[in-house]
Design a protein around this ligand. Structure first.
Ligand SMILES: *Cc1c(COP(=O)(O)O)cnc(C)c1O
Length: 397
């Protein structure tokens, strides 16, 4: 028999869920029945994937799988402990050296997710006597890291350098000033104005931290990210990224000076108190970095296809947000229309879900398209055809 307390508990939770549903913000899981590739089977139905962060198409690369299998056979399934106890394998150490070289930094440290890397760095580097300046469109893991750090957090308007400057001008009483920004903004696909940020940081004696989740493997001469793209590898002291997007494994990292990495090993709670990533995942990430460094043609192809998608959508009359990355957001507006658009795209054979608040500001719901190096020109033709048909049915075009 249900107690009155259990009934109230269910009622309260249902009321909250109803409220989410009423706003058109209810989220449901979609089930993938195949590897995340250019085509995927979603709940039994084959679709063209245009929403994955697997930018270089490496997640089902036979070399990656082979590297994982060898690590699995050699070292087993789990790492069995945190890095500081029993979970530190030669694979972890090799990967950290590789990341440091790739990012042109002295050292690197791997965390279990990109989310944890941001929490780790922000909480280890900033505290009550410090101030963090954070772009208003920064990723949720940066926002959470700022909150958890207990530092004073000041949010500046997106990429607005005049706003950042005036906020920095009032911060001399703090011990440490830290400016943190996404390198490529995850839901918007634009690139942070890093040269100006670095200049302001020098003027006001602030540190710069860049989250390169979406730029790693994609931007820059060597594909190593936003700092590389702008030639500012030495000026950006704290370089964060994930192993779960273009690197197609799992995990996050911070790269920087030897002292920074040593401090994180000693102070970052997500590093100290969580079991290390398993050997198979680390081996896959190492393999991806080797591929990224030896096959620049993947980035070139990706960039060319992204440009084709952008101009094709603009010709159709879509509201494409400006940028030159493989993240191509098409603005729809209200959440319900965006969801209907995603449904129609799916009927046309394309998987690209709607992105709604609170992930993006209210009224700016969108279809966030992403291109992968594994896509072909024929895939882009299919996408544009699907967009035209779906857009007409929803009344957008
Ligand atoms: C995805 C993402 C993260 C989190 O990385 P995970 O490895 O998925 O935890 C952090 N920052 C940005 C900008 C991201 O897009």
């Amino acid at each position: 028999m249900e107690t009155i307390q259990a009934e109230r508990y269910a009622e309260q939770l249902s009321a909250e869920l109803n409220e989410i549903q009423r706003k058109g913000l209810y989220r449901q899981l979609r089930r993938m029945d195949s590897a995340s590739s250019r085509t995927v089977t979603v709940e039994g139905k084959p679709l063209l994937m245009f929403a994955s962060n697997n930018y270089l198409g490496l997640s089902d690369d036979p070399r990656m799988i082979e590297a994982s299998v060898i690590a699995l056979r050699t070292f087993g399934t789990g790492s069995s402990g945190s890095r500081l106890t029993t979970g530190n394998f030669i694979l972890h150490e090799q990967l950290e050296k590789q990341i440091a070289g790739f990012k042109n930094q002295q050292a690197a440290i791997v965390f279990n997710t990109g989310y944890m890397a941001n929490l780790a760095a922000l909480t280890a580097l900033a505290g009550e006597s410090d101030i963090i300046f954070s772009d208003e469109w920064n990723h949720a893991s940066i926002i959470d890291g700022c909150r958890l750090s207990r530092a004073q957090t000041v949010v500046y308007r997106h990429a607005d350098m005049a706003d950042l400057q005036s906020k920095l001008a009032n911060s001399s009483r703090y011990r440490r000033r830290l400016i943190v920004t996404d390198g490529v903004f995850s839901m918007d696909g634009d690139i942070a104005p890093l040269p100006e940020i670095v200049r302001l940081a020098e003027q006001f004696d602030a540190w710069v931290m860049v989250d390169d989740a979406h730029a790693t493997g994609v931007l820059g001469e060597r594909g190593s990210g936003t700092a590389d793209y702008f030639g500012l590898s030495k000026q950006v002291m704290i370089q964060m990224g994930t192993l779960s997007k273009s690197i197609a494994a799992e995990g996050g990292y911070i790269a920087g000076s030897a002292e920074l990495i040593d401090l994180l090993r000693n102070r970052a709670r997500p590093f100290i108190y969580s079991t290390a990533l398993p050997p198979a995942v680390i081996a896959a990430a190492s393999c991806a970095l080797r591929i990224i460094e030896s096959e620049p043609e993947r980035r070139v192809h990706l960039c060319r296809l992204a440009t084709r998608v952008r101009s094709g959508l603009e010709e159709l009359g879509c509201r494409v947000m400006k940028g030159n990355t493989p993240i191509i957001p098409v603005l729809i507006g209200d959440a319900e229309t965006a969801v209907r658009m995603a449904g129609e795209l799916e009927r046309e054979g394309v998987f690209a879900p709607a992105i709604r608040p609170p992930t993006v500001p209210s009224g700016s719901s969108r279809i966030r398209l992403t291109v992968m190096a594994s896509h072909t020109d024929a895939d882009v033709d299919c996408l544009l055809h699907a967009f035209a048909a779906a857009g007409r049915r929803v009344g957008l075009l």
